[in-house]
Design a protein around this ligand. Structure first.
Ligand SMILES: Nc1nc2c(ncn2[C@@H]2O[C@H](COP(=O)(O)OP(=O)(O)O)[C@@H](O)[C@H]2O)c(=O)[nH]1
Ligand SMILES: [Mg+2]
Length: 431
């Protein structure tokens, strides 16, 4: 360049112009660089100079959102600098024909949570998975995907069930228009989720699972690890929606549970949550089941509990009666009754912050500032099922001793919040 400028035949005005253009582009480049560095720190140079049209509070909100949701700093730092996963997996029981509904649910879970964590997925089926199902689902998951078949004994009527009687009961329930009343496979499914999924060899290395069903939706970003939350806070069973069961499907379930409880008083927890399933503070022997249960199509729970001797004995006692086939006992009331009588009430957690839909009900967190103004959720709080007469939120809050407003719902623990703060500090220091 200098050589060019010293070239005698170059007119003076061309040399001046070249120096001017060169200087100008240097200034522009340096300004852009500075602006980029400042933006990384959360504020743009232009807004510092007052040329940003957005009001200060609004602009802070917008940037906080992009900081939290567009980068992985927070998630990496949450595990103290190491992306450590819990021994946990998603599980989905699904048919090959439900591949598109499965893909939709996977996408929701990945987008709202797992793209930042990469937990594995386990798909289970009573039949072999088709190559198409495997191809179409594997491509969407950010963790490993495993495909397993359910052993015959976990998906069939046990020997002691009278097949003729079972068929007659199904026919009768179908005639009474009871939902899935005539379906044998639905009964296999409910028995499988009550007594077998936790025994599957592909779950052997896990401590926690998150159950996902095809065609379900998640509406809120989950910026912490719910499995870590469960472990650190000694939680055993987590849910999002609770509701009333159809009484006609579980006519003899409660008497069976009462018998079990009197045979095994040692399994009844002193600080249980019986008040969720029995009204008027009555005991197991005196009270009757109010049909409240946690909706098990969404569950984040401990496998250790289901593998424990008390739960095994509980399931065996129920299974011996044949009630899964003579009636149509759902895995939801079975799980709910077990956790309500055998766990400390503190071990049960309402994931109030997880907006979730399984047709026809939606749980949408209500507090506006925390969940909606922040951009965290995009469901409609007016569609929140918690206030519906068929919801058991009142019974749940009565059991917890809460006043009934969403502000009293258990939230993410302080320890998790502290970890997130620590993560933010660490990220700032790194910059
Ligand atoms: N592989 C397989 N999965 C099933 C079968 N029946 C139900 N499921 C699964 O079990 C879960 C519950 O079934 P679903 O039809 O959604 O019942 P609902 O939610 O109670 O209406 C879903 O994950 C289904 O994909 C079956 O016969 N085979
Ligand atoms: Mg379903």
């Amino acid at each position: 360049m200098l050589r060019l400028l010293h070239w005698r035949r170059t007119p003076r005005w061309i040399a001046v112009a070249i120096v001017f253009v060169f200087g100008l582009s240097c200034i522009v480049a340096i300004t852009q660089l500075v602006n980029k560095i400042v933006q990384l720190n959360g504020t743009s140079l232009s807004s510092k100079l007052g040329s940003d049209n957005v009001s200060p509070s609004k602009s802070a909100g917008t940037r906080a959102t992009s900081q939290v949701y567009d980068t992985t700093d927070e998630f990496v730092a949450m595990a103290d600098g190491q992306p450590q996963l819990e021994k946990a997996t998603f599980i989905m029981l699904v048919r090959n024909s439900e591949v598109h509904d499965a893909r939709s649910s996977i996408r929701y879970v990945e987008d709202r949570f797992n793209k930042n964590f990469h937990y594995p997925w386990l798909f289970l089926n009573d039949r072999p998975f088709s190559q198409e199902f495997i191809r179409m689902t594997r491509v969407l998951v950010s963790g490993n995907a495993t495909y397993g078949q359910i052993p015959k004994e976990a998906w069939s009527m046990p020997d002691w069930v009278d097949r003729q009687k079972a068929r007659e009961c199904m026919k009768d329930m179908a005639n009474r228009n009871i939902l899935y009343g005539g379906s044998e496979s639905y009964r296999h499914m409910c028995r499988f989720f009550s007594g077998f999924f936790w025994r599957h060899e592909l779950l052997a290395n896990y401590d926690y699972y998150w159950r996902v069903e095809p065609n379900t939706q998640l509406y809120c970003d989950l910026t912490y690890d719910p499995f870590t939350f469960m472990r650190e806070n000694n939680k055993t069973y987590g849910f999002t929606i609770n509701l009333l069961e159809f009484a006609s499907t579980i006519e003899s379930l409660w008497p069976t549970v009462q018998n079990f409880s009197s045979e095994h008083p040692e399994y009844i927890h002193q600080n249980n949550s019986l008040d969720f399933v029995v009204d008027d503070h009555k005991s197991i022997t005196e009270g009757s089941y109010n049909n409240c249960h946690y909706w098990s199509n969404f569950e984040i729970a401990s496998l250790k509990f289901f593998r424990s001797q008390p739960y095994r004995d509980f399931f065996d006692a129920l299974d011996q009666t044949g009630g899964f086939y003579y009636e149509r006992w759902g895995d939801a009331p079975v799980h709910s009754l077990a956790v309500s009588i055998m766990l400390d009430k503190e071990e049960i957690h309402w994931f109030y912050d997880i907006g979730y839909r399984h047709h026809p009900f939606t749980h949408c967190p209500e507090p506006r500032e925390e969940f909606h103004d922040s951009g965290k959720c995009y469901c409609n709080p007016r569609q929140n099922f918690d206030r519906n007469p068929y919801s058991c939120t009142k019974q749940y809050q009565r059991m917890r001793g809460d006043s009934g407003s969403p502000e009293h719902v258990p939230r993410m623990s302080q320890s998790v919040l502290r970890r997130i703060d620590r993560g933010k500090n660490a990220a700032q220091k790194a910059e």
